[in-house]
Design a protein around this ligand. Structure first.
Ligand code: ADP
Length: 354
C-alpha cells in the first residue's frame, strides 16, 4: 500500500503529525517539523513566490474552488515541501504526501487519487521520477478529475472510467528539465525557488534558535547564515551543530567565536563550502586541469552519486560563479582558482567574471 499518510481535517494540527518510518521522502523528521514554518506568512524570503501563491490560495478559498495545480522547482532544502505543507493549512484542506520515486505503477497512485477529498492537496515530491505510465495515468486525473482503469487482461480487458473529487496536485522537483512537456503543461502555476540571501538566512537562524530555546548573538547568527550555501535546511543543520558544540564546550550561549570554532570543526570554509564542494572543485582542477569536464566523469572520479552532484553540489557553486557550464562540460572560473589558492593551468584563457 503506497499511501504514506493523510492529514485529515481542515485545520492541520500543530505540531504536525509524526511522519511514519515509511516516509516517502524521509524529509519530515520530527526535528525538521519543529522548525518548519506552519503558514506561508511565517516563511522568510521567497516573497514574490509566496505572494503569488497567497493570491491563488485566497482566490480559491473565496471562490470555494480547488486551487490550480502547482509545480515548485529548485535545489533541495529551499522550501518546496514547506510551501506544500503550508498551503493546505492556509486553505484549511487535507494533505496527502507521496514521492515520485515510490509510485512505480498506476496502481500505486490510485489510492491517493480515490482518497483525495474535494479541494484537498496531493503533494508529489520528486515528481520528475514518476515513471511514464504513472505520468500518463495522471493526465486525465489532473485535467478532468477522472481516471481510466483497465480491468482484466487480453481480449476480455475493458476500461472503466472513474470520477474523482476535484483536488490539487502540488509537484516538487529539483530537475524541472526532466519533466515531460505534457506533465509540465498541466500545472497552472509554476514557481522556481531561488537561494536565500544572507539577511534572510540570518533571520531564519535567529527565529529557529528561539524555537530551539538557545541564545545566539546576532553576529553568530550571521556567521551561520553565511556558511549555509543559501539554503534554509543547511542553516538549520549548521545551527543544530553549533548548538551541540556550544552545549558541550561552552555553557550553551552561542557567540561569534563559538559559531566560528564549531563551523571550523565541520570543515566549512570562508565561502561556506563544505568538504564535498571543495573536493568537486579540486577534482576538476587536479584531474581535469580546470575543465571542461563532463559531470558524469567528475562524479566517477569523486566516487560520488551523479544526482548528488547535479542536485545538491553544483547549483550553489554555479550561483557562486566558481564553476560555469559550457557546451563541453564544467569549467572552473578565476574565482575558483583564487578560492583554492592555486594558479590556473597554463595557456588556458580565463573565463571572465561578470
Ligand atoms: P525542499 O522541500 O525544497 O527540499 P524544505 O521545504 O523541506 O525544502 O525545507 C527544509 C527546511 O528549511 C524546512 O524544514 C524549514 O525548516 C526550512 N525552510 C525552508 N524554507 C523556509 C522559509 N522560507 N522560511 C523559513 N524556513 C524555511
Amino acid at each position: 500500500m503506497p499511501r504514506e499518510r493523510i492529514l485529515s481535517g481542515d485545520d492541520l494540527p500543530e505540531p504536525e503529525p509524526v511522519q511514519t518510518a515509511a516516509s516517502p521522502t524521509g524529509k519530515l523528521r520530527d526535528d525538521e517539523i519543529a522548525l518548519r514554518p506552519k503558514h506561508m506568512n511565517e516563511m522568510v524570503g521567497q516573497r514574490k513566490v509566496a505572494e503569488r501563491l497567497g493570491i491563488a490560495v485566497d482566490a480559491a478559498r473565496k471562490r470555494k474552488e480547488p486551487l490550480g495545480h502547482i509545480l515548485l522547482d529548485g535545489p533541495p532544502g529551499l522550501g518546496k515541501t514547506t510551501f506544500a505543507t503550508c498551503i493546505p493549512r492556509d486553505l484549511g484542506v487535507a494533505l496527502q504526501i507521496a514521492s515520485g520515486a515510490a509510485l512505480a505503477a498506476p496502481k500505486d497512485l490510485l489510492p491517493y487519487l480515490t482518497n483525495a477529498e474535494e479541494g484537498s492537496i496531493l503533494f508529489i515530491d520528486e515528481i520528475h521520477r514518476l515513471p511514464k505510465a504513472v505520468e500518463e495515468f495522471m493526465y486525465p486525473a489532473m485535467e478532468d478529475f477522472r481516471v481510466d482503469i483497465t480491468l482484466g487482461e487480453g481480449a476480455g480487458a475493458r476500461t472503466v472510467n472513474m470520477k474523482l473529487r476535484p483536488f490539487t496536485v502540488i509537484g516538487a522537483t529539483t530537475r524541472s528539465g526532466l519533466l515531460s512537456a505534457p506533465l509540465r503543461d498541466r500545472f497552472q502555476i509554476r514557481e522556481h525557488l531561488e537561494f536565500y540571501s544572507n539577511a534572510e538566512l540570518t533571520e531564519i537562524v535567529g527565529r529557529n534558535a528561539a524555537k530551539l530555546r538557545v541564545e545566539i548573538e546576532d553576529d553568530a547568527a550571521g556567521k551561520i547564515a553565511h556558511c549555509s550555501r543559501g539554503t534554509p535546511r543547511i542553516a538549520n543543520n549548521r545551527l543544530r551543530w553549533v548548538r551541540d558544540y556550544s552545549t558541550s564546550r561552552a555553557g550553551g550561549h552561542i557567540t561569534l567565536a563559538i559559531a566560528e570554532a564549531a563551523l571550523n570543526m565541520l570543515g566549512i570554509d570562508i565561502l561556506g563550502l563544505d568538504a564535498q564542494d571543495r573536493k568537486y572543485l579540486e577534482t576538476i582542477n587536479r584531474v581535469f586541469h580546470g575543465g571542461p569536464a563532463g559531470v558524469e566523469a567528475i562524479a566517477h572520479t569523486m566516487n560520488a552519486a551523479l544526482d548528488t552532484l547535479v542536485d545538491e553540489v553544483e547549483p550553489f557553486l554555479l550561483r557562486s560563479e566558481l564553476v560555469v557550464r559550457t557546451p563541453r562540460g564544467r569549467k572552473l572560473t578565476a574565482r575558483a582558482y583564487e578560492h583554492l589558492g592555486t594558479a590556473p593551468p597554463p595557456d588556458e584563457p580565463q573565463l571572465p567574471l561578470f
